[in-house]
Design a protein around this ligand. Sequence first.
Ligand code: FO1
Length: 316
Amino acid sequence: MSRGSDGSVLLLSGGAGGARLAAGFADLLPADKLTIAVNTGDDFVHLGLPISPDVDSVVYWLAGILDEQRGWGRAGETWAFMEALTSLGGPSWFRLGDKDLAMHVERRRWLENGETLSEVTSRLSLALGITCPIVPMSDQPVATRLDTDEGLLDFQDYFVARQARPNVRNVLLEGLETAQPAPALVAALQDENLDTVIIGPSNPFVSIGPIRAVLDRAKLRPSCPVIAVSPLFGGKAVKGPTVAMMQTMIGEVSNAALARHYAGWIDALVIDAADARDEPSLEALGLKVLATPTLMSTASDRRRLAAEVLAFARNL
Ligand code: FO1
């Protein structure tokens, strides 16, 4: 049965695939029909600056200034600061471009002024011309730490410094016990016009996992249908540790394993056309399934996938 055509959409996103899809939705929907809730488990303080990598990626994607090749940071970046820092013997493992630096300096200035991360994010988004709400999952810090075969690692130590090489056995979320979902995330979930929650094609453990954990702790569940977009393409992911983590944490790399991981949360799964043969086994798990090309290389790929997911959602 159709659910109408003008309800709102809440997208849960990390910084890679989810952020690309966020850009597609932002092209398609009016700003008052879309909320993007973003993982902040990757956030950390570096050189005294508060870095919110996934929020930065979503903001840069929606502002049209993300470096698409690199997948993080700003396009047309220069690195004079990093060169000067390195020449002084400073840390070079985590790179802050000259333009990107301004984002973190401004974030720190406004946080020190007493604003919440939500307020600072909407202030900086607006300054970059973004009108759709980008909402950090929580205004309190929740730090993702990984129990690996090289010991307990902070997220960026695992992801950037060690290039996601260690095997991850478990994901810990420090600060979860005292974190509340951000007010705009709660409002979006409780909005009676909310039609669909979409889980972006982001890492289910370290990108979507922290958002789910914050909502679960607050006993907040969407009352509308939830659709996940699989990050797998023919059993692989574009990049990042999704495949390795699925293997070590749930013992299987497949859409069926993803569906079981999201069991109780999702009503439908969007899978890549290359995985269309998975459809019957997913339907047997009680899910509605859409198989369509999910790789998003260009702006038109992102818009097309967003439009297809939306049409699918509205006919659930
Ligand atoms: N990722 C890297 O692989 N190397 C970096 O030096 C790096 C710097 C960086 C600076 C600001 C920012 O917002 C993100 C940055 N990222 C970098 C990306 C980021 O840390 C990861 O992609 C995410 O945490 C994973 O979603």
